[in-house]
Design a protein around this ligand. Structure first.
Ligand SMILES: NC(=O)C1=CN([C@@H]2O[C@H](COP(=O)(O)OP(=O)(O)OC[C@H]3O[C@@H](n4cnc5c(N)ncnc54)[C@H](O)[C@@H]3O)[C@@H](O)[C@H]2O)C=CC1
Ligand SMILES: O=C(O)C(=O)COP(=O)(O)O
Length: 389
């Protein structure tokens, strides 16, 4: 039996995906966390915890270095909520350019009998512009950015994209009419809209600040549906004051941007649709089961991605430092006990490596002794023994 602890609202469809040998929220010593945006940066983690699966995209709420050294594999569910974010960006482009927020407020404030006469007189205040022919810069062309770029083309817009780390898979998804450039400044130059869809990390904090904003068209609209801090909010407020930016919409409130009629703050709802929550929860549940029962690391963010067919009676998985002679030390421990290796795979990602060893003949005593000795290798973070289901 495996135990899973959930944080945040995990869709029932995801919880229903777990097979009978998984229990949810029954213990304080779970094998897996299934989470959304809960902040785990300062959390302590139980020794029992083998994996944290983020139903969604961003993993900046997880202390990746610390959990890696504890041998905890971290996964996300790429693309599960991308369409939800895309649709919100489209809605916000229309809402800002057709003055929907102001027009709604006007109607709210004029509910008296004269409203029909005033409407015809006042409506010119809310004249808008159309999206067709306007230019949007999309910064980050991954799951969300590629959908936004393609949707904008579909609306008749000109699309400029910037993503220096674009994966081959993402590149396939992007319409070839999206013009790619090699600097942010080139991307945002004379853009009517700038939208940013990158992970939050040391490199992306402050990615959009005064120098980038100065390149945009006067009256541009800026979106930050990625994370707080990726757009420098101080610079955004200044740009609104100077009328360089006409409107700034973000999913992440901060005191500095509060109470500004030209700033629309939504309460982190980019991925909050029934469909996205269900996609993420189902994908997340399958990821938990696959890692715990097979040791596969598809969509792992802190270990190399490995899928190895599990065709033997037992699988030993080892998370360890990416240093010389680890495979040698691991196989020596098996050879010392006359255990034949049927299949072995090893891969590395940055400073971490993952080794999968498949065996058939392993008795209980050998297994305990082997796991103990493998765990005693100083560069090893965690060893697991998985019995074929
Ligand atoms: N508001 C919300 O509810 C949601 C927010 N997000 C945020 O959006 C981010 C992106 O989500 P996805 O598109 O699903 O992730 P993704 O991983 O599919 O795409 C991110 C893209 O950013 C690119 N990138 C990385 N560093 C960059 C840089 N310095 N400059 C330009 N591009 C860079 C990567 O190459 C990748 O193509 C997430 O990390 C998360 O923080 C995602 C979903 C929902
Ligand atoms: O997937 C992401 O990165 C998001 O920001 C969505 O967060 P949530 O699952 O709504 O807490």
């Amino acid at each position: 039996m495996y135990d899973v602890k959930t944080f945040n609202a995990i869709a029932q469809s995801g919880l229903d995906t777990f097979r009978n040998d998984f229990e949810i929220n029954k213990t304080d010593d779970p094998d897996a966390y299934l989470i959304r945006s809960v902040n785990l940066l300062e959390a302590d983690f139980p020794q029992s915890l083998k994996t944290i699966v983020r139903a969604g995209a961003g993993v900046n709420n997880i202390p990746l270095d610390r959990v890696t050294e504890k041998g905890i594999a971290v996964f996300n569910t790429p693309g599960s909520n991308a369409n939800a974010v895309k649709e919100l960006i489209v809605a916000l482009m229309i809402a800002t350019k057709r003055n929907l927020f102001e027009a709604h407020q006007y109607s709210d404030e004029h509910t008296e009998a004269d409203v029909s006469q005033r409407t015809e007189k006042d409506k010119t205040k809310f004249n808008g512009t159309e999206l067709a022919g306007k230019k949007i810069a999309v910064i980050g062309l991954g799951h969300v950015g590629s959908l936004v770029a393609n949707a904008a083309l579909g609306l008749g817009m000109k699309v400029i994209g910037y993503d220096p780390y674009l994966s081959a898979n993402a590149a396939w998804r992007i319409n070839n009419k999206v013009k790619r450039v090699d600097t942010i400044k080139k991307a945002v130059k004379s853009a009517d809209f700038v939208t940013i869809h990158v992970p939050k990390n040391e490199e992306t904090i402050g990615l959009i600040s005064t120098p980038e904003i100065n390149e945009m068209k006067d009256g541009a609209v800026l979106f930050n549906y990625s994370r707080v801090g990726i757009v420098d909010n101080k610079a955004a407020v200044k740009a609104i004051r100077n009328q360089k930016i006409n409107h700034y919409c973000t999913d992440f409130g901060e005191p500095i941007i509060a109470d500004n009629p030209k700033i629309t703050i939504t309460p982190h709802i980019g991925g909050s649709t029934l469909e996205a929550e269900s996609n993420g929860a189902i994908q997340g549940a399958n990821t938990v089961m696959d890692y715990l029962q097979n040791g596969d690391t598809t969509n792992c963010v802190n270990l190399p991605n490995m899928q190895v067919a599990f065709e033997t009676a037992f699988r030993i998985t080892v998370i360890h430092q990416n240093v010389p002679n680890m495979v040698g030390q691991i196989s020596t421990q098996l050879a010392n006990r006359q255990i034949n290796i049927e299949n072995m795979a090893n891969a590395a990602k940055d400073k971490v490596a993952y080794t999968i060893v498949d065996v058939n003949d392993l008795n209980q005593d050998d297994a305990e002794d082997l796991i103990h000795h493998l765990n005693s290798i100083p560069e090893v973070y965690r060893v697991r023994l998985i019995k074929h289901q």
